[in-house]
Design a protein. Structure first.
Length: 149
């Protein structure tokens, strides 16, 4: 009766050594002298994020004021939002849009209605309502499409 399975391995197997791959030289640990370069890269990324977010805010407010988007601006805004979603700001974009930017934009809509009086107010309300649901809202949905995906 055998007491277990003892495979007979060729002697060459024992001479092969470890299967671990050596660490590539280009992946060496960072050194203190690299710190300024890393900080500069991070600062450039933050400036890029600020610029991207400012362009999104400006476009959204412009849409609420009744303006449209320039040609290819929607593509640029979508790319900016995709970049922001991948940055440190990513988790805050939806909350900020809902709680701050949307409220700020709707103030412009409210001001248009408040400036009118009497019978004229109903006409303006109808125009604002129509413009909001046919122009403003679809444009905002297109701008923030990357958030929905």
């Amino acid at each position: 009766m055998t007491r277990g399975f003892a495979p007979s391995l060729p002697t060459e197997f024992h001479k092969m050594g470890s299967f671990r791959r050596p660490r590539p030289r280009f992946m060496s640990s960072p050194v203190l002298s690299d710190l300024p370069r890393f900080q500069a890269a991070r600062q450039a990324l933050q400036l890029s994020s600020n610029s991207a977010w400012n362009s999104v805010q400006t476009a959204v407010i412009n849409v609420f004021k009744g303006g449209g988007l320039q040609s290819n601006e929607l593509y640029a805004l979508n790319e900016n939002i995709r970049r922001l979603l991948k940055s440190e700001l990513g988790s805050f974009i939806t909350d900020y849009f809902q709680n701050q930017l949307l409220a700020k934009g709707l103030l412009f809509v409210e001001e248009k209605i408040k400036l009118c009086e009497g019978e004229n107010r109903i006409e303006v309300l109808a125009e604002v309502w129509d413009h909001f649901f046919t122009e403003t809202l679809p444009t905002l949905q297109a701008i923030f499409y990357p958030v929905q995906v």
